[in-house]
Design a protein around this ligand. Structure first.
Ligand SMILES: [Zn+2]
Length: 297
């Protein structure tokens, strides 16, 4: 695949007419572009300045009437790039603005540190911004030729949305359904599970033929989409069951950590930050189980 920017960044991959995805050199984060002369939608623009420059150049070449930035959630690696498209319309969750405002310093710090790690310099500031269109629940959007179904997707982050394109049978899954990460929780397992349960019928009925996770490899085909969903639901179920059992038996969280240390074979191949997230998941679910088991709860 040709690299539209001609730079040293990762190549673009064509997933269908007007649909391209590129993996960042940072955390294999996926940026998706839905381009058309009428309206171009950029989902999670990227992490490194060179990648954002490259993407801006690629979008400029399409000569589009309108550009929308769609941010899947407010975590730092997904919200960068606003300064590259100052006139674009922004679409995100209605919890997005508050989260970005609260973490602006952290976002800038992370962007600078990550750029440095890749031999680049983050020269711009990071100014918190608000979506022009803030949505939640189940929301339908038509941006030029692109029909999008946006769904609340709590469990990893309260400001998270998934983006489904029924006509293209494409799901942009935000920070979920990765081949290189286990689910990373900010709520007890049941919340994340509910989010995945709502997506499972879509996959089972053939409405997801392509699945773009926040990080990692794009899944192609119905079977692969179903497999991603059932695998993560299985992870959540095993974690929840083991945590509840540990609380019932009065065994400490350390014993649970020991028992679940390698419960998912993705963990072996993953870097330390994912294994750390897995340990945090265990602690979070253990606390939730203890709270649920407490008298009077
Ligand atoms: Zn995230």
């Amino acid at each position: 695949m040709r690299d539209p920017g001609g730079g040293a960044t990762h190549p673009w991959r064509e997933l269908g007419p007007g649909i391209r995805v590129r993996q960042s050199a940072a955390f294999s984060m996926n940026s998706t572009v839905l381009s058309s002369p009428e309206h171009t939608v950029i989902v999670d623009p990227g992490v490194l300045p060179s990648e954002l420059d490259d993407l801006a150049e690629a979008v400029r070449r399409v000569e589009t009437n309108a550009v929308t930035l769609l941010l899947t959630h407010a975590h730092w690696d997904h919200v960068l790039g606003r300064a590259w498209w100052p006139r674009a319309s922004v679409l995100a969750h209605d919890r997005f603005a508050a989260a970005v405002r609260a973490h602006a310093g952290h976002i800038l710090e992370k962007a600078r540190a990550r750029a440095r790690l890749h031999g680049e310099t983050w020269e711009r500031d990071f100014t918190p911004y608000r979506p022009d269109q803030a949505v939640s629940g189940l929301h339908f959007a038509k941006l030029g030729p692109w029909r999008l179904v946006l769904r609340d997707a709590p469990g990893h982050d309260d400001s998270q949305l998934t983006i489904h394109l029924p006509e293209q049978r494409l799901l942009i899954a935000a920070d979920m359904l990765s081949d290189r990460e286990v689910p990373i929780l900010d709520r007890p397992c049941a919340v994340y599970r509910h989010t995945l349960e709502e997506l499972l019928p879509l996959a089972l009925h053939g409405a997801i033929e392509t699945l773009i996770p926040g990080h990692g490899t794009v899944a192609r085909g119905r079977a692969e989409a179903v497999a991603r969903l059932t695998r993560d639901i299985g992870y959540l179920d095993r974690l929840a069951a083991a945590a509840h059992e540990a609380v019932r038996d009065g065994s400490p969280v350390e014993a649970l950590e020991e028992r679940l240390g390698t419960m998912d074979d993705r963990l072996r191949a993953m870097d330390e930050t994912v294994r750390e997230a897995h340990r945090d998941n265990i602690a979070l679910e253990y606390r939730a189980a203890a709270l649920a088991a407490a008298p009077g709860s």
